[in-house]
Design a protein around this ligand. Structure first.
Ligand SMILES: NC(=O)c1ccc[n+]([C@@H]2O[C@H](COP(=O)([O-])OP(=O)(O)OC[C@H]3O[C@@H](n4cnc5c(N)ncnc54)[C@H](O)[C@@H]3O)[C@@H](O)[C@H]2O)c1
Length: 317
């Protein structure tokens, strides 16, 4: 019999790709409440892909509800990979309580359920946004946490601390992953790569905040998934809580991103520059030293190649 893994947020962008890859080796139980933050159809399409596998089981569960996991009380899991959350920085201004429920309360409910279940691994999604108002040009896991620029970032800072406590007290081997702007096929419609692509194709003006100077460490989804899988083999002690950056170590401005997408699509476009938004970080750039050394994580897909793969999928879907 294959080992079982629980993946939350399985109908989401990263959860879908991860589930698909892990189904080769594990039985996967996927949980999602199918929020309406973006197209439900996209989530259902991803889910239908996963339901083609006989060793995938889906449970529609809202993790923020107490006792929502009672159904799984008797199931033995090798690992839990918790990706369910309300993503998106801007939306957290308008729906703060959703972020508290789905990012913090859900996280604690999950830890409460699994605190005494002898998990070999609890892996969860943090974010590059936790680096907040840092002045550093390149972010390391050991950097002290600074002021969060958004409520979203504050929820991710909180769950890191909460997990640190649970890991220590209940001896749960845990890993928090700070993802840096993932993109790729089946990507979220609110991500800059998707928005810019849609605007160019639909001949709308491409809106670039901060005059196109905002820089991101864009990470192709396959590299992110490889990084998560590496964590399953990482030997952490029972009460050890580790944090890893999963980025590329390279950074590109949104103007450079737009130019690259326009060039690959061979479509002319117009840009409307707007001012910086205070909840946005001006730059994200991961220091990859720790992830490379301790996980053996080595991102392979550069931006141009990743965008070609993404655009190929986008144009056919
Ligand atoms: N994609 C990125 O670039 C990125 C960057 C940094 C961090 N992250 C984090 O990685 C994780 C996955 O991101 P994603 O891009 O796949 O987002 P996503 O929105 O595509 O997936 C998240 C999924 O979680 C589900 N969900 C939300 N609240 C839930 C709840 N209470 N119970 C059950 N399901 C719930 C949603 O329906 C959604 O399908 C998130 O935690 C996100 O904050 C993503």
């Amino acid at each position: 019999m294959k080992k079982k893994i629980l993946i939350t947020g399985c109908a989401g962008f990263i959860g879908f790709h991860l589930s698909k890859r892990l189904l080769n080796k594990f039985d996967v139980v996927g949980i999602d409440k199918l929020t309406n933050y973006y197209s439900k159809k996209l989530k259902l399409d991803r889910l239908n892909e996963l339901l083609k596998f006989r060793n995938f089981k889906f449970l529609k569960i809202n993790l923020s509800k107490k006792n929502s996991l009672s159904l799984l009380k008797k199931t033995r899991f090798f690992a839990v990979i918790h990706l369910a959350a309300q993503p998106g920085v801007r939306n957290s201004i308008f729906k703060p309580l959703d972020y508290i429920d789905d990012n913090i309360v859900s996280h604690v409910n999950l830890l409460q359920e699994f605190k005494n279940r002898n998990l070999k691994k609890f892996i969860y999604a943090s974010s590059s946004s936790i680096y907040g108002s840092t002045k550093k040009k390149n972010y390391s896991e050991a950097d002290p946490l600074t002021r969060p620029l958004s409520l979203y970032s504050a929820t991710k800072q909180s769950i890191e601390q909460i997990t640190r406590y649970y890991s220590h007290y209940y001896k749960i081997p845990s890993i928090g992953l700070r993802f840096f702007t993932c993109y790729g096929p089946w990507g979220r419609p609110d991500l800059s790569v998707t928005k810019i692509t849609n605007d160019i194709i639909k001949k709308k003006k491409v809106i670039l905040l901060n005059n196109g100077k905002t820089k991101r460490d864009y990470t192709y989804i396959d590299d992110t998934v490889n990084g998560i899988i590496k964590c399953l083999n990482f030997k952490n002690k029972k009460n050890q809580h580790e944090i890893f950056n999963l980025g590329t170590g390279r950074t590109y401005s949104t103007l450079q991103l737009t130019k690259t997408i326009g060039k690959i699509l061979k479509i002319d476009y117009k840009i409307k520059f707007k001012k910086h938004h205070p909840t946005d970080m001006r730059i994200t750039k991961s220091n990859m030293f720790k992830s490379k050394k301790k996980l053996g994580y080595a991102p392979k897909i550069d931006l141009k190649r990743g965008l070609k793969k993404y655009l190929d999928w986008h144009l056919n879907n």
